[in-house]
Ligand binder design. Sequence first.
Ligand code: AMP
Ligand code: MG
Length: 324
Amino acid sequence: MPAILFLLSACTGEEKSTASFEAMDTEMILTVYGDGSACEKLKNKVIELDRILDVTDTESEIYRLNDSGSAELSEASADILQKALELCAQLDGAFDITVYPAVTAWGFTTGEYRVPDEDELKSLAERIDHKNVGLSGNTAALSADAQIDLGAVAKGFAADELLGILKDGKAAAAVLNLGGTVALYGKKPDGSRFKVGIADPEDPAGYFGYLERDSGVIATSGGYERFFEKGGKRYIHILDPKTAEPVDNGVLSVTVICDNGSRADALSTALFVMGLDKAEEYYRAHPDFDFIILTDKNELFITKGVYDGFTLAEGYDLSVHTVQ
Ligand code: AMP
Ligand code: MG
């Protein structure tokens, strides 16, 4: 189920084509105006990326790297790994692709959920450090028992690749809904802006508000996407790299709007880990993006760049704050 729904008003005059399919563990819906052949090309690119990045697929390059500790990667995978490592360095402490052993220990990869004890958590946390991933040319090597998971940025990378293909093509406009990460391209034939709904964590098929935008990538991270409950407590799939434990800081969802898809995707995960105060601090120091953060106190925090383009959906009683 896509975490972000998109709404399009009726368009006239331009040929519209769509493709819906399952990839990257989610449902994707691509809509392209003005180029009937583009959808198929974009879909094939997503499937190709999924094949190299899917950590659970025994045929994928990332699986091979995790399994043997070193691997000769394709140009495309090496490039993505390099960029993912740069994001880890920029978001040190909040975003770390070496969380994979912890993601597995909690059962998020298999659905066989469990709560590791304190000793296990301590040793899992010690294994999380992106500096244990080496990349020299296309050769990747993992040290100190590290294993990587690109799940937090795969859709963002896909968004960047697809926007690149569109820029080289002849489509007039496109809305690419990559299950929680939406990329916008071009101008809609009727001149209106795109409307992107932001999923309601309580009922992810609905949305608590929508954003009107011309362009950019909109990525949302939320605990509702994958979680389990035990002893009355909810454990979500976003982990704090410092403790190897699911984040539990009052944040329900983080949406990031940024021209760069991989940065939007990494940031949505990282700001979730940071929590509201640190997320605001990070934004003030690096204002190349916007965010919308929903907390469990029914409060919504929206940065000034997207505040005017945001509309609360009917029936939602949230107190909305601007972040300057
Ligand atoms: P997202 O939905 O983009 O926030 O990505 C969440 C996914 O990324 C999880 O299902 C894990 O596979 C992985 N992950 C969880 N916590 C982190 C983290 N702190 N840094 C990087 N990846 C993470
Ligand atoms: Mg993410």
